[in-house]
Write a protein that binds this ligand. Structure first.
Ligand SMILES: Cc1cc2nc3c(=O)[nH]c(=O)nc-3n(C[C@H](O)[C@H](O)[C@H](O)COP(=O)(O)OP(=O)(O)OC[C@H]3O[C@@H](n4cnc5c(N)ncnc54)[C@H](O)[C@@H]3O)c2cc1C
Length: 510
């Protein structure tokens, strides 16, 4: 028997689980397939950035996650910008990842998503919008149909010609038991730059301490010490913060994985859409992979919802553009941020750090010839968009820290010369719609909404000299006067508007 679904999500990590929850909430019939035999299955990536909390709230998943072991409020000891050790407050949390993913999977089931585990796809055919898949389960083969296939399989080591990579990285890690009274027992999170890589350590729920070393594997290809055990021990012995752990027994053999950041330029193709690490994998330095995977899934769910319910081809194209613009912006910003962070290390002049402090995305070694012409053209467009966004993100400088004069309420203002207007796809409610947005060097990206307020009603008025009081009176038709004034003050503080000097300002470019 063939079962029909709207969505087939492959992979029950944070990306797949989040997409399943959101698409189910939007009324789609979802099937989730997870291959792990063992469940809850162990997973790296336990440190959660504070933004995960908002996503959990948004998904109404707090109750479901109540039982997940969590450690929060531990300070961090950091040796990064200088060789001296600093202690800083740390507002993230460390969870038991296996329990976190398992609790979300229980919620997915409780909300009505169908789940097959352990299960994996053996065959995919059909056409975009009408996929037919064969799924192997312990009870035999199942057949299913789905409009959209969502690939949330996580980091994939298979080489894909369409991937762009940052310089190579590998990570080795192990855990040691924390003896509360032992001299090395310091439950603080530790982050340390070494000449040839960086170390990270954190207490995990359950009395273990994770030690991790991230390095360039190409410098060790011929080195005598390249076994995970000796790489990790050696790094601990050379470090200031982890030295006391160099001789401790590990709870199990150290494990090693590829951690090179990458972005897949063909993440949206013919109703096959990638989420989370399958679309782009971050440098572990940010400890924000889980948040990024979940946030991107929420944005992708809106694009997918729009694509499925679109009334015409232009709306479908808008949905894809929205997804791709989020992917380009999120990936490029992260690559730029990581490069900036590598550049701050006390040892930033050594080769490991120099290579990583200049943001660059390079194609892998897999042959592009295996892609068809259309796919190759798409790769080219996305590559150019990613490189442009990377250059833009790397050039963003904060506004000079000069005091901003108060907004002149009694003399006219208008858009500054550098302000432009672009039309871009935005998420409004459950759908992607096109909106005019403001562009200005002081804005990180084009802005169509300010605190949930669409800016477009103002655009026409601000292309000509207008008195702020007149603008506030106009805005008061849809918001309170105080909020209207705050909006104008925000535009003013960002230098998006300026005093109207007759004959000097020009209209914004679109
Ligand atoms: C060394 C290292 C340290 C990290 N540390 C952190 C950290 O501290 N904090 C943080 O936020 N992030 C961290 N990350 C990143 C984080 O782990 C990932 O970004 C996050 O897990 C991505 O979620 P995901 O759902 O995309 O993929 P995953 O979490 O990898 O989930 C993918 C799921 O798909 C399943 N699957 C795979 N193939 C198939 C298949 N063929 N069929 C069915 N199911 C399949 C897998 O079993 C898995 O359950 C780290 C990453 C690395 C490499």
């Amino acid at each position: 028997m063939t079962r029909a679904f709207d969505m087939l999500v492959i992979g029950a990590g944070p990306a797949g689980l989040c997409a399943a929850l959101r698409l189910n909430q939007l009324g789609h019939h979802v099937l989730l397939v997870e291959r792990s035999q063992r469940w809850p299955r162990p997973q790296i990536g336990e440190a959660l950035t504070p933004g995960v909390r908002n996503i959990i709230d948004y998904l109404d998943a707090n109750e479901a996650l109540e039982s997940v072991p969590i450690l929060a409020g531990k300070p961090a000891r950091v040796r990064w910008a200088s060789e001296a050790v600093e202690t800083v407050a740390h507002d993230g949390a460390v969870v038991e990842r296996a329990a976190f993913d398992a609790a979300l999977l229980r919620l997915v089931l409780a909300r009505g998503v169908e789940v097959l585990r352990p299960a994996s796809l053996t065959q995919v055919d059909g056409t975009p919008g009408a996929w037919r898949v064969q799924i192997v389960t312990p009870d035999g083969l199942r057949n299913a149909e789905a409009h959209v296939l969502l690939d949330a399989r996580g980091r994939q080591s298979r080489r894909e010609p369409q991937r762009l990579h940052a310089p190579r990285l590998s990570t080795v890690w192990a855990e040691t038991a924390m003896e509360p009274l032992a001299p090395h027992a310091d439950f603080a999170t530790r982050v340390e730059a070494l000449g040839d890589g960086w170390m990270w350590g954190a207490a995990l729920p359950g009395g273990r301490y994770r030690v991790m070393f991230t390095f360039d594997p190409s410098t060790r290809d011929d080195a005598p010490e390249r076994e995970p055990e000796s790489v990790l021990r050696n790094a601990c012995a050379r470090s200031a913060l982890f030295q006391s752990m160099a001789g401790l027994p590990w709870c199990g053999p150290p494990r090693m994985c590829v951690s090179t950041p990458y972005v897949d330029t063909l993440s949206w193709q013919d109703g096959r859409i990638k989420l989370g690490d399958a679309a782009f994998a971050l440098d572990p330095i940010s400890s924000s992979g889980v948040e990024k995977a979940m946030r991107f899934s929420l944005q992708a769910a809106i694009a997918i919802n729009t694509w499925c319910r679109a009334s015409d081809a232009s709306e479908r194209e808008l949905a894809q553009r929205f997804y791709e613009s989020r992917l380009v912006e999120s990936a490029a910003r992260h690559f730029a941020w990581s490069a900036g962070y590598y550049g701050q290390a006390w040892c930033a002049e050594s080769p490991f750090w120099r290579r990583r402090s200049t943001p660059a995305l390079t194609p892998g070694t897999a042959a592009m010839s295996s892609l068809g012409d259309d796919a190759a053209a798409r790769v080219d467009i996305m590559t150019r968009a990613l490189r442009a966004e990377l250059a833009h993100a790397s050039s963003i400088r904060p506004l000079p820290n000069e005091p901003v004069p108060p907004l002149p309420l009694h003399s006219p203002i208008r858009f500054a010369r550098a302000t432009g207007i672009v039309v871009m796809p935005c998420a409004t409610g459950d759908r992607v719609t096109a909106h005019p947005a403001l562009q200005h060097p002081s804005l990180d990206h084009p802005v169509a909404f300010w605190n949930g307020v669409a800016l477009f009603p103002l655009l026409d008025m601000l292309t000509r000299a207008t008195h702020p009081l007149e603008l506030i009176a106009f805005l008061c038709r849809s918001m309170e006067a105080a909020k209207a004034r705050q909006l104008l003050e925000w535009l003013w503080s960002k230098r998006v508007v300026e005093p109207a000097v007759f004959g000097a300002n020009t209209c914004p470019t679109s």
